[in-house]
Design a protein around this ligand. Structure first.
Ligand code: SF4
Ligand code: SF4
Length: 496
């Protein structure tokens, strides 16, 4: 830290309250000022691509089935065309753990990058609903005035139009989310069916639409600042090397109105970040900073915070304050980037951001290992899962003088969308299988038909010479087109 900026006392007062709640607990509604700039346009491009993917997604099919499906009710999941069934629990668990590690890694290195750039809440709020609001009500001041003003004809018309459009879009979003759960064909059938036949479903749809409507029309920033658990995780994931939207207090302080900047100033300003380990501090300075204290970075913030106070849980890294400050720096002819993607260490040490730290390398190694393991599991995932258990209450039976048999339950689960004719054979013993009620040819139905399962009973008949006393270990193979795709291990119980 430069000598001219010595901390004179710690202050964390701004952390004692949420910027959008008054001391007596009332909500302060945020009216962010419209802001454009380089970062905003980059985020718009990302948002448009994601919105297209979201809107087109349910209509893309692979072999007649959706590209993505998360039918939790039926345990039917399809990710990028690959179907997963409830038997893939282990794979699912590894996928979840890998995703968690990726989130932790990205958050440790880049903070809430996800929130600002790809979170559906931010995408819909900032790139859909907020734009409509600006178009109907105007920029922040006009919108605030309209809200505070009486219910004139203009207010009724504007609010009515805005809320109607908001509700229609919320309804469409609810339909799309439903399409990702039950499939677009089921949604089409559902919404074209008479209301009386699906009264519960229609009520559910309207309730969900209303929930979305409330989120985007009213709750808004509160989702990010108080409801979303991911934001709360920041405190434990970030460190001084995390690259976040940050105010360069070394360059910006002491702040002051542009015209007063000729004078030597003695200022007290809150800076820096909390742990990130460092409490917000105040500085005494004798050198002019670049911040002209215009407050534009605060006015554009959708969560209503002042980024100059340092890293805060409420910051969703939306970059609007970066664009705002850059526009001011351009006007006052100072270098851009007073608010930029920077780590605390890069600011105090006047060094470039450091992506490769011991922590990020360690997380990356774990992530690569998990991704490798996941790839191995997916590549080695058999198309048919087989379970064989000895039938309860049925003991060893003599077939003839030289053979004995045991009864087993057999369950074969198909993980594909095709019918699979399979064979089951004994591998480590000579013997015979007698299927009961399954026909001579085993055909496992595809996912979506009969639950994708073939279930029945089978006698395993062994030559007495092959029975090793009381318990004989057996290995069976499931074959598809002559290729072994699954192994079953079980035991043959011999005579007492
Ligand atoms: S502080 Fe800046 S980046 Fe953070 S939420 Fe506010 S405007 Fe967005
Ligand atoms: S926009 Fe930039 S110059 Fe204006 S108050 Fe914020 S940090 Fe200071």
């Amino acid at each position: 830290m430069s000598d001219s900026k010595q901390p004179i006392r710690d202050t964390e007062e701004f952390r004692d309250h949420i910027s959008t709640v008054t001391e007596d607990g009332k909500r302060i509604f945020v009216y962010p000022k419209k802001q454009k700039g380089k970062m905003y346009w980059m985020r718009t491009v990302v948002a448009v691509l994601l919105l297209i993917a979201f809107l087109v997604g349910p209509f893309i099919k692979v072999d007649g089935r959706p590209l993505m499906l998360f039918n939790v009710l039926k345990g039917d999941f399809i990710i990028l065309g690959v179907p997963f069934v409830t038997q893939d629990t282990f794979l699912f668990a590894v996928t979840m753990i890998t995703s968690l590690v990726i989130i932790v890694l990205f958050t440790a290195v880049f903070g809430r990058l996800f929130c600002g750039w790809v979170c559906p809440q931010t995408i819909f709020m900032e790139h859909v609903f907020r734009r409509i609001e600006y178009a109907i009500e105007g920029d922040a001041n006009k919108s605030r005035r309209l809200d505070k003003g009486p219910w004139t004809k203009e207010k009724i018309w504007k609010k009515g139009l805005k809320w109607t459009i908001f509700y229609i879009i919320s309804f469409v979003i609810a339909l799309y989310f439903l399409s990702y759960v039950i499939g677009v064909d089921s949604v089409k059938a559902f919404i074209t069916s008479p209301v009386g036949e699906n009264i519960g479903g229609f009520i559910g749809l309207f309730v969900f639409s209303f929930a979305f409507f409330m989120v985007f029309a009213n709750i808004r920033d509160q989702v990010c600042t108080t409801i979303c658990p991911y934001g709360r995780l920041q405190g434990v994931l970030l460190d001084k090397n995390s690259i976040l939207v940050s105010y360069d207090f070394e360059r910006g302080e002491p702040r002051g109105k542009a015209k007063k900047k000729k004078k030597k100033t003695k200022v007290e300003t809150m800076v820096a970040s909390s742990d990130v380990g460092v409490a917000a501090v105040q500085f005494e300075g004798d050198k002019e900073g670049d911040c002209v204290d215009c407050d534009l970075c605060v006015k554009v913030c959708p969560t209503g915070i002042d980024i100059r106070n340092g890293t805060q849980l409420e910051c969703i890294n939306c970059t609007l304050c970066m664009d705002a400050c850059d526009s001011i720096m351009e006007k006052v002819k100072r270098p851009k980037g007073l608010i930029r993607y920077a780590s605390y260490n890069s600011i105090v040490e006047h060094k470039p951001n450091q992506v490769f730290t011991t922590r990020s390398i360690a997380y990356s190694l774990v992530m690569v290992a998990l991704l490798g393991f996941l790839g191995f599991l997916v590549a080695g995932r058999s198309t048919v899962k087989a379970y064989m258990t000895k039938a309860r209450g049925v003991v060893y039976m003599e077939v003839d003088a030289t053979h004995g048999k045991n009864l087993y339950n057999l369950k074969l689960t198909n993980k594909t969308r095709k019918e699979l004719p399979v064979e089951v054979k004994l591998l480590n013993k000579k013997g015979k299988l007698e299927f009961i009620g399954l026909g001579d040819h085993l055909v496992v139905p595809p996912i979506g038909t009969k639950g994708g399962r073939l279930e029945g009973s089978v006698f395993i008949i062994l030559d007495k010479k092959d029975i090793d006393g009381r318990v004989t270990d057996l290995e069976l193979g499931v074959f598809l087109e002559g290729k072994q795709i699954e192994t079953i291990e079980t035991s043959f119980i011999g005579p007492q």
